[in-house]
Design a protein around this ligand. Sequence first.
Ligand code: 7RM
Length: 647
Amino acid sequence: MVILNNVFQPSYRDADKAHIGSMDQYHKLYEQSIQDNEGFWAEQAERLHWYKKWDTIKEVDYTKAAIKWYEGGQLNVSYNCIDRHIEAGHGDQTALIWEGNNPDEDRSLTYNDLLSEVSKFANVLKAHGVRKGDRVCIYMQMIPELAIAMLACTRIGAVHSIVFGAFSSDALRDRINDSSCKVLITQDTGVRGTKQDIPMKVHGDHAVAKTPSIEHIIVVKRTGADVEMQNGRDLWWHEEMEKVDSNCDPEHMGAEDPLFILYTSGSTGQPKGVMHTTGGYLVYASMTHHYVFDYQPGDIYWCTADIGWVTGHSYIVYGPLSNRATTIMFEGVPNYPDFGRFWQVCEKHKVNIFYTAPTALRALMREGDDFVTKHDRSSIKLLGTVGEPIKEPEWTWYYNVVGEQNCPIVDTWWQTETGGILITPLPACTPLKPGSATYPFFGIQPVILTPEGEEIDGNPAEGLLAIKDSWPGQMRTIYGDHKRFFDTYFAMFRNYYFTGDGAKRDEDGCYWITGRVDDVLNVSGHRLGTAEVEGAIGAHEAVAEAAVVGFPHDIKGQGIYAFVTLMAGVEANDDILGGIKQKVRDLIGPHATPDKIQFAPALPKTRSGKIMRRILRKIGENELDSLGDTSTLAEPAVVDDLVKNRK
Ligand code: 7RM
C-alpha cells in the first residue's frame, strides 16, 4: 500500500488478472468510449446473447427526453441471466446463496435450480393471465422467491414493480394503482433482526382493498404464520408451483420493451415510477458489475442492499447473474444477532467482494473492532460503498479495520435513474481518496454546471452535477408521465441529464459528490422526498402546516427534522407528537419517521407566502450564525422562536 497526501494506492490481490489493470488502460478505453461512443457500445452489447441484433445503437433527443438504445434488437433477460450459463456447461455452479435472518438458516440455488424455479413461476404467472407488458407488483422481504419472481417476470415479458418491504400498505396501494398492477406477490410474514412477524400479507390485504387492477395475490410461505387467504383471489406460491411445468420458453423482448418500474422519491409528494427497458439496462448493469467489482469466475460476491432499492436490482440480481456470478442475498440486518453479523457471513461463505452502504459502516464502527476482527475476513479482496457520500472516518475504518489495508474501496456514485454506476474507482488502478467517487465510468461524461447552466471547465470546479449525452442504463421515462420525466431531468439545462446532486471536481479531476441540491433526503441510504414526509405529517388532524428538512445525523447520514404548526387553539402534547409519527409510519413507512419534531407558532415565510426552507435547513443543521438575510420575511420574529426552541 502507498499513501501520498491522503491518496491511497492499495495493493489489490487480483491486480495481475484485473479487467482494467492500469490508469493507462482506463484512459485509453475511456477515450475510445467517448470518441467512438456507438462503436464502443456496440462492442459492449456483445457481452449479452441477442436473438436479433439491433438496427441502431443510440437514438437520443434530450429536447424531447427521447432515449433509445439498441432499437430493433431482441433478447431475454432471464435467458441471459440463467439459460446461457447452463448451455455453456455451468448449470451446477451456485447462482444464489441465501443467508437467512437467523444464522442457522441458509439455502443455495445452482443455475439449474434457478432455471427450473424461474420457469415454473413464469408458468404460474401465465396460468393466472399475466402476459407480456402486464405489471406485476412484488412486495417481499429478502427471500429467494423475490429474485425468482423478478426473473420469472422477465422471462415472459411482464414488468415488475418491486416495493420495498418496509413501505406501509398505503404506500403499497398507491404504487400498485399508479402502474395498475395485475398481480401482487408477497409472503405470509417476514423476519428481520429481532422482528419475527412483519405482517406482509396483512399489508398486502389492506392495500389491495383499494386496488381495482389486482386480480390475484400470490403468497410465499416464509414463516408459516397464520394468514387469511381470500378464496379465488389469493394463491399459495408452493401450491401453484406444483401445478406447472418446469419449462417455459423465454419471450423474445424488444431492447426498448419495459423491464421494470421502480418508484423513487423526488421533490414533489408523489413518487416517480422510474422505468427501465430491457437491452440497454442489462448491458449497463452487466458491464459495470464486471469492471467495477472486477468480477472473476468463482468469486463470491455480496451486496448487502435490499432488492427493494435499485442497488439490489442491478447489483444483487441482474448484474451478477448476467455475469454468471455467485451472488449472496441476505435477509437480515447488520446488528442481529450481534454487530458482527456481516463479517460472520463473510467468513461463513468466504466472500471475496463486499458492497454495502456508508450508513451501515457508521453504525458498526461505533461498536468497536472486535466484532470485525474476531471473524476471518481473509477471503475479501475488494470493498465497495454506495447510496450516500462516505466520509473520512467510516472510509478509514472500512479500509483499515475491515480491509486490513489490503482491499481497494470502490465508492460508487449512481442513482435509481441511471440504472448502474456512473462515477467510480476501478479496483486495480484508480488512486483512492477517502470520500471521492473519483472518475467517470466508460462512456459517461459528467459535467459541473453553474446554476445558469454554464459548464465549468478546468479544475477545481464546484457546482451542479449533470451528464452530457446518454448511456444505455439510463431510465427511459416516468411511468405514465413523460412530461414529468422531461421537466425533472432535462428542462432545467438544455441537452444535459440533471442529476439533482451537487459536486466538486478537484485538481486531479476527481469527483466529490456533495449531496442533493433538491428537496430529496437520504436517510440511512433511503431516498425520501421532504414533500412526501410533509404530506404525511399534514394528514394528522391537528396539523396546520409542516416543513421538513434534513440535518446531519451520526449514523443515518441525514436525519429528518420536521417543523410543525398546529391548528389554531390546539396545544402541542405527547399524544399529538406520537400521533404525527404514527401517521408517517402509516402513510409511508417506519423509515420515514421524523427524528425531531419542533412545534412552532409559525413557519418563516416570504411576503408571498413561500416557506423559506433555507432558514429551516440552517436551523436544522445548527448553523445559526449563517441564517442569511431574513429581512424579506413577512414576520422576521418567527425565526427567533424557531432558534430558541430548536430540538
Ligand atoms: C444507488 C442509489 C441516489 C442518490 C444520489 C446521491 C446519493 C448514491 C453515492 C451518493 C455520494 C455516492 N440510488 N448517492 N451513491 N452520494 N456518493 N457513492 O443510491 O436513487 O436511491 O439515490 O444517492 O445523492 O443522487 S438512489
